[in-house]
Design a protein around this ligand. Sequence first.
Ligand code: SAH
Length: 397
Amino acid sequence: MIDTPTIRPLLHLEKGRSRRLRAGHPWIFSNEVAMTAEAKALQPGSLVTLVDAGDERLGVASFNPHSLIAARLLSRNWRDTIDAAFLAGRLRAALALRETLFPGGCYRLIHSEADGLPGLVVDRMCDIVSLQTNSAGMQALLPELLVALDEVLAPTAVVLKNDSPVRRLEGLEPEHRVVKGELSGPVEIVENGCRLLADLADGQKTGWFYDQRDNRAFVAGLARGRRVLDLYSYAGGFALQAAQAGATEVTAVDRSEASLALAEQAAALNGVPLRIARAEAFAEMERLTAAGERFGVVVADPPAFVKTKKDLASGAKGYRKMARLAAALVEPGGFLFVASCSHHMPAAQFAEEIAHGLSLAHRSGRILRSAGAAADHPVHPWLPESAYLKSLTLQLD
Ligand code: SAH
């Protein structure tokens, strides 16, 4: 896409609709723009100069006439040209922050609006990059983005893992392809000193859940000398770090055979033992309880139970049941870690469901730590609702 600020289309905001943007918010909703025939005719993802009712130019944004979030701000300086050099500047700033936070090349490099690149998620696995373009604007900028990534990181491979449901709201189809280089098997990453394997060909989301990094470290710190059960283990992020920290025995439970195979391979890389169980988590918890098994640490980090607002009631019940079943497996004095990555599940309600689950299991205890995603998932100050991850670590009596 070629951008020339002086001839870029103008997008007029309705009177009084620029206040939130001026205050710092990065979005303009569809009911806030003057939806003229010209505006409606713009291609989804077009770059526009935002103009208020008094003809003041407020910045440059990408525009999608068919999305509720109509415009996403890229820069408050409308004279900025949105090209590979602009994107490279944003990538460099994000890279400097990540290398300050978590030196070593394995992290979420770009977390959308909070890194000044709305709709874009970039996970870096050392020389390999996994990305999601979740808005029509970012999708349109993909060619420039690939040039910018080459300039800043020179990755050996770049994978587009566009399976996020939010793409549908932007009129984008799912797509999964290697856009640079090639993938030969799982990709090795290092997190908290542990070697782990991510599958960028088939794995979930971008291939690795870096958001749990700090939580995995905290849980690993509790695991020494204890028996650990990691439910919904995926490729073993919690399990392997607990094993490395000196757990006496670690079992990873997941319904996906491919994920467990990766966890096993990574266990071998680290030279730590790992037991795996392919099972449905609820059924496995019931089976283990009936068999009288108890653990010093139980981790339950499931997929989102609340996928849309409509699912809130049923999803909330799911978290309650999960807490009830998991609590029954924790030995007295042991620890329970529970998480929710459901965007639509409020943190306070999550904590309530967990508390209910404990009481249904006739267990008492205390919350030791309540935490969200690691700092490589920063939050835009005007989009606090984008902080989706919630977790509680408890000790049970
Ligand atoms: N805890 C993981 C991330 C979990 S992602 C980590 O730290 O990286 C969710 C995982 O739950 C996926 O691997 C998926 O295969 C698994 N899963 C989904 N539903 C399940 C179920 N009913 N029983 C067991 N595993 C399930």
